[in-house]
Design a protein. Structure first.
Length: 412
């Protein structure tokens, strides 16, 4: 083989190696690009799923935490860690002193909420001359917040901030028209009646549904074709009823153990369907008048008594309507006041103590019937937002702050 042939063969070998290196480099680049695409796709899926979860909050619990003039809104979904949603203005109670927004109502699907922004106050009279305490009437302006795009707009309706309910499909709200009178006594003196109205959640298409003789109307539930309410007819006189949303007709109920005008009953709570309610009744017994806890159907055909030994401070339904929660206040030696949370299956009459704590308030169950969320006092300046796993009896502190800087609520 001559020198020329050897040189030619070497050039071919070098060229082959160069091509091989180029192919390897190309494969490496393609592999890197492929990995990068996979990472991007996974990231997009996670982000999109996170955003989708953020706005599919049908089963979530919400809470505010005030930080000076701003209140941060968080949600907790099925026992997971709290996640931040947005910021709303805090309510200024004194110059430089703030608390969370007092009146907030969220849709069942968790996509939007209605909150009331404090816009002014006027004095209405002295509560105590000795302590120089003045009572004020607070004025609020309703606002509509779309949580998906974080947009806020005014609701141009004169809505009483004390109660508001969403329709089951969240397409409408029911509310009470506000009045100039500030107290039940003023309402009685002026023979005022209260109007219940319907509208879109943003206040559009408002129409009057019914006029009630009640001086105060506290809307409780909107279920199927009825809106259930608890009313105050006068000082110490109460009422329970439901309004047919198609006809505006009002139907009243008188629970079995309540006297006329329900003067011996208080603290009514309707279940999610509205067909069951829990209430307290003062009964005259051999050893004096005692407060008893009852569950009853709206039509009065079913009734159960829950035996409670001490003072009741809270009572609420679990979403499945098979169990209720109540808190019992007891005084323990060397400890002082304690509150015990009871879980009651009213059909089996099982009453189980599931937690004992200190000054428990704002109790809310989640949609799974598995978790309870509430505030518990640790010190005068520190309250904990607690998560309780009902079945496993596990407790976790979610957040902490002063009492007026935390508020729990839900659309369940």
């Amino acid at each position: 083989m001559n020198v020329y042939n050897i040189h030619f063969i070497m050039k071919i070998i070098d060229k082959t190696k160069e091509i091989s290196r180029a192919i390897k480099q190309a494969k490496r680049k393609i592999f890197i690009i492929f990995l990068a695409l996979i990472v991007i796709i996974i990231g997009l899926v996670l982000v999109l799923s996170k955003e989708a979860a953020k706005y599919s909050l049908k089963e979530a619990i919400f809470y505010y935490k005030a930080e000076n003039e701003n209140s941060k809104l968080f949600y907790i979904d099925m026992g997971k860690e709290p996640r931040y949603l947005t910021i709303l203005p805090s309510e200024e109670i004194n110059p430089g002193s703030y608390k969370v927004p007092k009146h907030t109502y969220i849709s069942h699907n968790g996509k939007f909420l209605i909150y009331f922004e404090r816009v002014g106050e006027v004095p209405i009279g002295m509560v105590s001359d000795e302590e120089n305490l003045m009572a004020y009437r607070i004025f609020y302006k309703p606002k509509y917040l779309d949580l998906k795009n974080d947009s806020i707009k005014n609701i141009e309706q004169n809505i009483d901030s004390g109660s508001l309910v969403f329709s089951p499909d969240d397409k409408e709200i029911a509310w009470v028209l506000s009045v100039e009178e500030s107290t039940v006594e003023e309402l009685e003196e002026n023979e005022k009646k209260r109007g219940v109205w319907l509208s879109n959640p943003d206040g559009a298409n408002a129409r009057q549904l019914a006029i009630l003789d009640e001086k105060v109307v506290l809307l409780q539930r909107w279920s199927n074709n009825y809106i259930y309410f608890w009313g105050i007819q006068g000082t110490g006189h109460y009422s329970l009823g439901k309004i047919n949303i198609k006809t505006g007709q009002v139907e009243y109920a008188q629970p079995k153990y309540c006297l006329e005008n329900l003067i011996n009953c208080q603290n009514f709570r309707f279940s999610s369907s509205g067909e069951l309610l829990v209430y307290e009744a003062g009964l005259a017994e051999e050893n004096g008048k005692n407060i008893r806890l009852f569950i009853e159907s709206f039509d009065g055909k079913k009734s159960w008594q829950i035996l409670v030994a001490n003072y009741i401070s809270d009572r609420l339904w679990l979403p499945n309507e098979e169990r209720i929660i109540y808190t019992e206040q007891v005084t323990a030696p060397k400890v002082g006041l304690r509150e015990k949370i009871h879980l009651v299956n009213f059909k089996t009459s099982e009453d189980k103590e599931i937690y004992s704590g200190n000054y428990i308030s704002q109790i809310f169950p989640d949609a799974s019937n598995k978790y309870l969320y509430f505030l518990e006092k640790e010190t005068d300046e520190k309250f904990n937002l607690v998560e309780l796993n009902i079945e496993e009896n596990k407790v976790k502190i979610i957040d902490s702050g002063q009492y007026n800087q935390l508020m729990i609520f839900s659309g369940i």
